[in-house]
Design a protein around this ligand. Structure first.
Ligand code: AVI
Length: 323
């Protein structure tokens, strides 16, 4: 019989908490336990991810920024004046200004994110530097259909999607195609997109990037259990789990797992879940696409890859797609 366990006090269960509980309960009941990586980003998780982007081992962020610094004018050249820029995930304070400065008199910037506080934060930061720019944050889940405000859909306005950071790699390839189709629907005919993808296939670079010596990535992964304890009233013993990064050359992806250090039982929402020693919860996939593989994926979603910029070591790529 499942042991009864305390649920959060009545009245505190929001739709987001219910969705979180449903995803965790369903994922922990699978033969390979798993939890969607979308739940890694509570406030603490977002802070830890920001810290990861500054680590010496985590090459994607600095490589992408160098690519933008060197080539953003070329990347942005076909975008006409008065563009509407739609960024997936709220604007990173380091990347978005580089793009906006390269555009001729952009009309509007639409950051799209599920995390409301980050949306407002990025809107405030950008409003300070780009005083004439209309900023229209959109609180939405980018894996679900969304629409731009009516007046920003005028066909004569150039529309540019911006999805930096290789976040598209956290979706499955089928999920990435579905996302690109959604973007095509939301941005409309003649739209352009700039997308950053990690194209590293070398485990000697990948494994340290996802298991750094300072343990920031480990803390980022383990924070998921702390979040489940706090928000869903579970009793995960954090010291009973350790972080592990695995490279799956066959699938072209890095996986993050939380490995149970010993046999143990965890209680959650009136149910229990048993772990054998060494059993894992799979918490993230990060797909690494070669240039050709990503162009083929974009093509399958109806986009033409018309330009790609990469660093000398071919670790990261920024693609320009056209509908
Ligand atoms: C957000 N995303 C692109 C990161 C990645 O590299 O897949 C998340 C991350 N996970 C561990 N380190 C960074």
């Amino acid at each position: 019989m499942n042991a009864p366990h305390a649920l959060p006090p009545p009245g505190t269960v929001t739709a987001a908490t219910a969705a979180f509980a449903a995803n965790v309960l369903e994922g922990l009941a699978q033969p390979q336990k798993r939890i969607s990586s979308a739940w890694l980003y509570d406030r603490r998780g977002s802070e830890l991810f920001e810290e990861i982007t500054h680590l010496p081992e985590y090459y994607p962020t600095r490589t992408e920024i160098s690519l933008l610094e060197a080539h953003v004018d070329d990347m942005a050249r076909p975008v006409g004046p008065g563009a509407v820029v739609v960024e997936i995930g709220s604007g990173s304070s380091r990347k978005t200004p580089l793009l906006l400065r390269a555009l001729a008199a952009p009309h509007a910037y639409v950051p799209l994110d599920l995390a409301e506080e980050f949306l407002w934060e990025s809107a405030r930061t950008l409003a300070r530097e780009f005083s004439g720019l209309r900023i229209a944050p959109l609180l939405a889940d980018f894996t679900q259909p969304f629409a731009l405000p009516d007046d920003l859909q005028a066909p004569e306005r150039p529309r540019l999607g911006f999805f930096p950071g290789s976040t598209i790699g956290n979706l499955s390839p089928a999920g990435a195609i579905a996302f690109l189709r959604l973007m095509a629907g939301a941005l409309g005919a003649d739209a352009l997109m700039l997308i950053g993808t990690d194209c590293t296939r070398d485990p000697a670079a990948l494994l340290p990037a996802y298991d750094d010596t300072r343990g920031v990535t480990a803390a980022f992964n383990l924070n998921l259990l702390a979040r489940i304890n706090r928000e869903l009233g579970a009793d995960f013993a954090l010291a009973g789990f350790r972080h592990e990064a695995r490279y799956r050359a066959d699938l072209g992806r890095i996986e993050m797992h939380l490995v149970s250090r010993r046999p143990q039982r965890v209680r959650l929402c009136g149910r229990h879940f048993d772990f054998a020693a060494g059993e894992t919860i799979h918490t993230e996939n990060s797909y690494k696409y070669s240039r050709d593989d990503f162009c083929a994926l974009a093509h399958a979603a109806g986009w033409l890859a018309e330009g790609s910029w990469s660093d000398r070591q071919q670790r990261f790529c920024i693609h320009r797609l056209r509908l």
